[in-house]
Write a protein that binds this ligand. Structure first.
Ligand SMILES: N[C@@H](CCC(=O)N[C@@H](CS)C(=O)NCC(=O)O)C(=O)O
Length: 248
């Protein structure tokens, strides 16, 4: 279970401010276009109407994150230069400094568990389905060929080599579950739906668990296995509600 205090010494809000890493003086999100953890943050920023800049990180070289000790995406830099690492921490940080809608970490066991579920179960379950073959992996990585700022060579390497890497990651994720990837995803969505308290995990208003799990699932829209969600009788309407309010 993710413990927001001990997960990693560099998860969460960083002491050193990095205002020089802001783009256009706006809160800035360092991300990969298709990263599930990044979609969590984009969904929350969208639902709160927060304007922000996006920096697309090269998934192989990480050039854009050379300045940071934390090399994973998302990294969020707030307008005052505060750096926050790790998606669930970023969700809490943004909420705390804005609407303050979510119960804070440690005060609502259910929210904490479902936020943890998004990383430890759902994220791994979708990866096992999206990257279940080299062909489906290539489809998922096609986006890199459309990132203008990447060089031609980077685009080719990121797509064709990236797909091999992700195919093996998919296989390793699949081994974590006893069911086949598609059956497992169906099972995890059934389980997840049990956590809804009416319209959302948070009841009438979405909480951290809604944004965390929506983000993960949003990243598979249009990719292999998304039909499982589209055909799910309670997850699909929840997904549509989240999509409407987040605008992504
Ligand atoms: N616990 C982190 C996980 C983030 C993560 O694993 N991001 C992936 C991209 S989807 C990553 O950056 N992996 C390292 C890499 O690509 O080198 C979070 O929730 O933000």
């Amino acid at each position: 279970m993710t413990d927001l205090t001990v997960d990693s010494p560099i998860s969460g809000v960083q002491e050193k401010k990095v205002p020089s890493k802001l783009v256009d003086n706006l809160p800035t999100l360092y991300c990969y276009e298709t990263c599930p953890f990044c979609f969590k943050v984009k969904a929350l920023l969208g639902s709160r109407g927060i304007r922000y800049s996006k920096v697309e990180v090269d998934p192989m070289k990480h050039t854009e994150l050379q300045w940071s000790n934390w090399k994973k995406v998302p990294v969020f830099v707030d307008s005052d230069g505060t750096q926050v690492n790790d998606s669930n921490y970023i969700l809490h940080y943004i909420d705390k400094n804005g609407n303050n809608d979510f119960p804070r970490h440690g005060t609502d066991k259910k929210q904490d568990e479902w936020m943890d579920f998004s990383n430890s179960i759902l994220g791994k379950s979708i990866v096992a389905v999206i990257y279940s073959s080299y062909f489906t992996s290539l489809k998922a990585l096609d986006y890199v060929t459309k990132v203008d700022k990447f060089s031609f060579t980077s685009r080719i390497i990121n797509k064709w080599l990236g797909a091999i890497v992700m195919f093996f990651v998919g296989r390793s994720r699949a081994k974590l579950f006893s069911m086949k990837p598609r059956d497992n995803l169906q099972y995890q969505l059934d389980k997840m739906a049990e956590g809804f308290e009416g319209n959302f995990f948070g009841g009438d208003v979405p909480n951290g668990a809604d944004f965390a799990n929506y983000g993960i699932l949003r990243s598979m829209q249009g990719l292999n296995g998304f039909d499982i969600l589209e055909n799910h009788k309670s997850v699909q309407p929840w997904y549509a509600r989240m999509q409407k309010l987040s605008g992504i």
